[in-house]
Write a protein that binds this ligand. Sequence first.
Ligand code: DQA
Length: 138
Amino acid sequence: MKILLLNGPNLNLLGKREPEIYGSQTFEDHFTALQFQFKEVELGYFQSNIEGEIIDKLHQAEEDGFDAVILNAGAYTHTSVGIGDAVAGIRTPVVEVHISNVMDREEFRHLSYISKHAVGVISGFGLKGYELAVTSFI
Ligand code: DQA
């Protein structure tokens, strides 16, 4: 099983960015812990602040041998028809993850262009959401 963790804009700032919402751990540290926890799974990680790069990664996921994608598209979740269309257009299953509970935040975060096309949505469990998403595939 090979799973891609795909993070969108500003998630490179995890650990520094609004720690009261997103926690104080960097994603790199969390990714290392996930690799240790799920030794039987080959985990890949890519982060981009660029919408088109996220779309390209989704398109390439199958060719790159990934069985599934765990996608936190950050703010693009609420704005990007293109990322939603990419998730709809690929065969690779996608789980949508949010660190915070987006439904308990500003109204503009309640809309997701991804959810409809995702296998499921995990939101509000902090970084543990990525672990829950991996578990959903194994
Ligand atoms: C987020 C929630 C989004 O609304 C926000 O723009 C992010 C992070 C989350 O993980 O909670 O950048 O996707």
